[in-house]
Design a protein around this ligand. Structure first.
Ligand code: PHE
Length: 466
């Protein structure tokens, strides 16, 4: 390749950076509240199934497309010779911009909470609404977060992204383990574990199914070209299928571990699990307070620091997608591209920042057909980007790989750096998933979600007659 794009310096570097992208607010903030909303262990089962059956093959496909072309999400399809399909890349850019625009706001809450807790303000949980309404403070923290993200991305792949992930990912893991060990010793911890681990399958409704799918895509950073982009920096000596399996496993484990940490804490306080976006922000500071000043500051500070770290390695990957696009396709200098994109996304995120109390109109932004209450702007953007665009992106990627790029070229790429893959059951599974399982299931669920969420038409209920 003529242009100097940089790349990961080692396989471990790639795995940690990609796992860093995957592990984020999605695992520690969103996963527990979705579990709480969606009926506990039944949601967990659906989520796990989707991760392994549908998402893992899509991840393999994204990395393969990226590595084969050594291009960003849009340029990759052009480089393969299918300019028309670069629409998938543009859809990915749009998803990335939308997701980062609100993700950065929640990351700012997490960081703000870290500061509040270490300065001993345990009552912040009761003041969650006030905190999110205070747009000046949240705005300041989100500028800080975006600047930090842009700083790392502007330094490139091995010098910025890889270094940050190598430091932050292991730290995060150690922190989670410490918090779990503490959480399970609390009174009522067992009740929490029961809610989390014993499934009641009557809880599986269509709504649970598509929020579990949206969650799986969001959590694995799939469907928007983040892994096409990261894949474009991967060496030809790496085994893509094994790497994807490891990234999936790390991400799923952190989500599952986060549940082991949160539910005992929530139940030990006798708090409801369906607290939505506020679940960890409202309930946890009280838990930390009950530990007394010193221990509360240490454990609570640790928790919100961990959340901020996890968010940080994800915001890096979200910003990298449009940055790589500008660098490759429009020959913009990396540092300039990074700062411009960061600024634009920050501005796009302002309505999300104001939609949690500061502006009445944005806090009750839209009443969708068939819904019981209105959605705030931030949740609306989440609905469009996470639950709609990502599965659509995944659907299109699988159709592209199976029917346009074709199996033989896809397999050829997978076999580079992985001699033993040829003829293995894993390769067969990924092939079958690309051709049949992913297009059919992802297409179907996409259709059902759109009809239900945006038009109030309950297709799935009609089909199964419930
Ligand atoms: N996977 C990240 C998380 O779970 C969010 C993300 C989505 C990052 C899409 C990149 C791309 O927090």
């Amino acid at each position: 390749m003529a242009i100097q794009r940089g790349g990961f310096s080692s396989r471990l570097g790639f795995i940690l950076a990609a796992a860093g992208s995957a592990v984020g607010l999605g695992n520690i903030w969103k996963f527990p509240f979705e579990v709480g909303k969606g009926g506990g262990a039944a949601f967990v089962v659906m989520y796990l199934l989707f991760c392994f059956i549908l998402c893992f093959p899509v991840m393999v496909a994204e990395i393969a497309i990226g590595r084969n072309t050594q291009r960003n999400a849009v340029g990759a399809f052009k480089a393969l010779g299918y300019k028309g399909w670069s629409g998938i890349g543009y859809l990915g850019l749009a998803s990335g911009v939308l997701i980062l625009s609100f993700y950065n706001v929640v990351a700012a809450w997490a960081f703000g909470y870290f500061i509040e807790i270490v300065t001993g303000h345990f009552d912040i949980g009761q003041r969650f609404g006030e905190f999110t309404k205070d747009w000046i403070t949240v705005g300041a923290y989100s500028i800080l977060f975006m600047v930090g993200t842009a700083f790392v991305v502007s330094r490139g792949i091995s010098g910025g992204i890889e270094k940050a992930a190598k430091l932050l990912m292991p730290t995060l893991f150690v922190m989670i383990i410490c918090l779990i060990l503490y959480a399970v010793t609390l009174p009522n911890a067992m009740e929490g574990l029961k809610f989390y681990l014993v499934p009641d399958f009557s809880e599986i409704t269509p709504a649970v199914i598509y929020s579990a799918l949206g969650q799986a895509f969001f959590s694995l950073s799939l469907g928007m070209g983040a892994l096409i982009t990261y894949g474009s920096y991967v060496s030809k000596n790496d085994n893509i299928v094994t790497s994807a399996a490891q990234i999936t496993l790390i991400d799923v484990s952190v989500a599952v571990l986060a549940g082991f940490m949160i539910f005992p804490l929530v139940f030990s306080q006798g708090i409801e699990t369906d607290g939505g976006a506020g679940l960890i922000f409202v309930t946890l500071p009280g838990v930390f307070q009950s530990l007394g000043d010193v221990l509360g500051i240490v454990i609570g500070g640790l928790f919100f620091l961990l959340l901020s770290f996890a968010a940080f390695t994800s915001t890096i990957s979200l910003l990298e997608v449009p940055t790589a696009y500008l660098v490759d396709e429009h020959k913009v200098k990396r540092s300039k591209a990074t700062w411009v994109v960061a600024m634009v996304i920050f501005i796009v995120g302002i309505p999300s920042m104001l939609s949690n109390g500061a502006s009445e109109a944005l806090s009750q932004f839209i009443m969708l057909p068939g819904a019981v209450k209105s959605l705030d702007f931030m949740s609306f953007v989440g609905l469009i980007a996470n639950d709609t665009f990502l599965p659509l992106g995944g659907f299109l990627i699988s159709v592209f790989v199976a029917y346009v790029w074709r199996k033989h070229r896809f397999n050829q790429e997978l076999q580079i750096g992985a001699e033993s893959l040829k003829g293995s059951w894993l390769q067969s599974y990924v092939n079958i998933a690309m051709s049949y399982i992913c297009p059919v299931l992802l297409g179907l669920i996409f259709l059902v979600t759109v009809m239900d969420k945006f038009f109030g038409i309950k297709l799935l209920e009609k089909i199964i007659g419930s």
